[in-house]
Design a protein around this ligand. Structure first.
Ligand code: SF4
Length: 164
């Protein structure tokens, strides 16, 4: 079987983001992988029970997804609600989908508190980012799944080629 790739639903055009919109990635590689039957689509936040639309959420105090999974950081939204449980539940569902579908790779939306793989917002809701991964990206990595984003899609192409 071809190596499968877990993909953020919003990158594939599904209007599931907090603002009710998609973040469609127009890239021929994505189209090629879709035609090859490699793509497995997930939105961790919806899977964790969050509605669309929903208030934007951030991981607190310059921490990241690893800290949330260890119980050392919380995820809150702009209304002040603690949505940590939903984010962790969604990450676990995404991992389960990836494992049952045989995904060794993931292509996730950069910057998201769930899907971000290199940069996330710093918890101040002021538009500032810092280095770190979201909750789902962190959990996937802890379980041996290589996580890429729209900014590193070429690296994913190379990794797939090497994997054969
Ligand atoms: Fe997109 Fe991931 Fe946010 Fe869902 S959780 S809207 S897939 S970035």
């Amino acid at each position: 079987m071809n190596n499968r790739i877990l993909v953020s639903a919003c990158l594939l055009g599904q209007p599931v983001r907090y603002d009710g919109k998609a973040k469609t990635l127009l890239n021929p590689l994505l189209q090629q992988w879709q035609e090859e039957g490699r793509l497995v689509v997930v939105c961790p936040e919806l899977a964790g029970g969050m509605p669309v639309p929903r208030p934007p959420a951030e991981i607190g105090a310059r921490q990241d997804g690893k800290d949330v999974l260890q119980g050392d950081a919380r995820v809150t939204d702009t209304s002040g609600a603690d949505v940590t449980d939903e984010f962790v539940a969604g990450a676990r569902i995404a991992l389960n989908v990836a494992q049952t579908q045989g995904c060794r790779f993931a292509l996730l939306m950069e910057g998201s508190p769930s899907c971000g793989s290199q940069m996330i917002y710093d918890g101040s809701f002021s538009g500032q980012k810092h280095a770190g991964a979201g909750v789902t990206a962190a959990l996937l990595r802890q379980n041996g799944i290589q996580v890429f984003s729209q900014d590193t899609i070429e690296d994913l192409r190379i990794a797939l080629q090497r994997a054969g």
